[in-house]
Design a protein around this ligand. Structure first.
Ligand code: GDG
Length: 459
């Protein structure tokens, strides 16, 4: 009998029409359904009376289980410690990191509250899989209530170098709390190495293969690079009605112009100002491209309440006006910058209609857009991926044109090379990238993690 699975993440679902949400949700929902699982997290609601009262909702073979937050909890735990402290710090933005004691206390309180909410539902043989930087201390809190189950943690964002992490006043307590898990998973081997390096030097830990010992416990630390549902995404880009409609409409509008596409949650880690500068440089240095190439940047607004996100938004609006003012012709707008979200199906079609996928984060745990862009291409006439070396995805996607996003001229030149690349070379690079996506897809990532969590050897 397979053990029941409990997934813990800040936001739960979606469960209905899950295909729309993407590979990660599909992979988790499939696993939860086959194991009568529970998906547990924040309801997304703010309620002043919010305690540890759970809302339960059955959805087929799985149960969605959620808690509300109070305004104060939301401010301290979510906007505060998670998004104004851990997020910038783990992406190496010490300059944007708010080290506020109140945020930290709120974060621990909310981790404890979620642990108290879940504890009464647990069965002894359950496997508990916790996701991301919102819940670093969750296992620690659950163990303090007596829970003995196997618990695993997967970090979706980068793990910083020890010098950067050490700037956080409570770094020791947080890493110590991670040792309450049995398995700690990272996006890349480099993230895992940085974790190990921290533990050896700051906590006098020792390493034995995939096992690492410190604070009186031995745990397993490994890389589990996250994938997408590559086959399904490729199929959607090729066959879905809405994807085809967008693809055709875009190609018709472009005529013989080439399109470069960027798709990102609007976030300062995604390197958008540098990207816009590189595009401007492309038009500056290669005059023959003026009137012949456009950049479509789709960047739906996220975390709009956090001050730093307002700043980046204003900056990008200014840059768009500047670039378009400088280069536009009455029949050509070089940069189209859109803040509204698109459906996944539409995105698939837009990726397919674009000759270049431009993915240039300054730091990124993995970056799924890079993978989606490749999966969406026409095998016979594929576009070229230009990818930042600082995205986790660059470790796997070696056949992309790998760039340093801070090197504006370097990115402009890579764009030129991508636009000029002969079909044969494009096909070769694409075939090999796509094979990798299919081999290391979302199901592969999930199954490997669950094997490790169950204490089995991982292939
Ligand atoms: C974190 C880590 C890691 C974007 N715009 C729209 C839209 N999207 C979708 C993309 C893609 C997803 O959002 C973004 O995923 P990323 O991986 O690029 O980045 P984060 O949101 O920062 O995710 C990251 C990831 O977790 C998984 O572990 O790779 O490193 O930071 O799927 O397509 N989706 C729709 N409309 C949009 O306008 N429907």
């Amino acid at each position: 009998m397979t053990a029941r699975l409990v997934v813990v993440s800040n936001r739960v679902g979606p469960v209905k029409d899950v295909g729309r949400a993407g590979g990660l949700a599909v992979a988790l929902v499939d696993a939860l359904k086959s194991r009568d699982g529970i998906w547990y997290g924040w309801s997304g609601k703010i309620d002043e009376a919010a305690g540890t009262k759970l809302s339960l909702e059955g959805a087929g073979n799985l149960t969605l289980c959620t808690l509300d937050l109070t305004e104060q909890e939301y401010d301290d735990y979510y906007n505060g410690f998670a998004n104004r402290c851990l997020w910038p710090l783990f992406h190496y933005r010490i300059d944007l990191t708010a080290f506020d004691r109140q945020y930290y206390d709120g974060y621990l309180r909310v981790n404890n509250k979620f642990a108290r909410g879940l504890n009464p539902l647990l069965r002894p043989e359950d496997l508990i899989w916790v996701h991301d930087y919102h819940f670093l201390a969750f296992a620690h809190e659950l163990r303090s209530l007596g829970a003995q189950q196997r618990m695993g943690f997967f970090l979706h964002i980068p793990f910083p170098s020890r010098e950067v992490l050490a700037t956080l006043p409570n770094h020791d307590a947080l890493v110590r709390a991670l040792f309450a898990y049995d398995v700690v998973g990272f996006q890349t081997q480099s993230d895992c190495d940085r974790f190990t390096d921290y533990v050896i030097h700051e906590a006098e830990g020792s390493v034995l293969g995939d096992k690492i010992r410190a604070y009186g416990r031995t745990i397993e630390a490994r890389a589990f690079p996250i994938g997408i549902d590559a086959m399904a995404f490729a199929e959607m880009a090729k066959e879905d009605g809405e994807a085809k409609r967008q693809d055709l409409k875009m190609r018709k509008m472009l005529g013989d112009r080439a399109q470069i596409i960027g798709v990102d949650r609007l976030d300062y880690t995604k390197g958008l100002p540098e990207r816009f500068l590189a595009f401007e440089r492309l038009l500056e240095d290669y005059e023959e491209l003026r009137g012949k190439v456009t950049l479509l940047e789709i960047a739906p607004v996220s975390r709009a309440e956090v001050e730093e996100y307002k700043d980046i938004r204003a900056q990008l609006e200014g840059m768009t006006g500047h670039i378009n003012g400088r280069f536009s012709e009455y029949d050509w707008t070089p940069l189209r910058y859109l803040n509204r979200p698109f459906s996944r199906r539409s995105l698939a079609g837009l990726y397919r209609a674009s000759k270049v996928g431009l993915v240039t984060p300054l730091r990124d745990g993995m970056n799924l857009v890079a993978k989606e862009y490749v999966a969406a291409q026409d095998d016979e006439e594929p576009g070229v991926l230009v990818l930042s070396r600082f995205a986790g995805a660059a470790r796997q996607m070696r056949e992309a044109l790998i760039v340093n996003p801070y090197d504006i001229k370097g990115v402009a030149d890579a764009l030129k090379r991508a636009l000029d690349m002969p079909l044969e070379e494009r096909k070769e690079r694409h075939a090999s990238l796509k094979q990798g996506l299919i081999r290391e897809d979302a199901a592969h990532w999930r199954d490997n993690f669950l094997q490790a969590l169950a204490g089995e050897a991982v292939s």
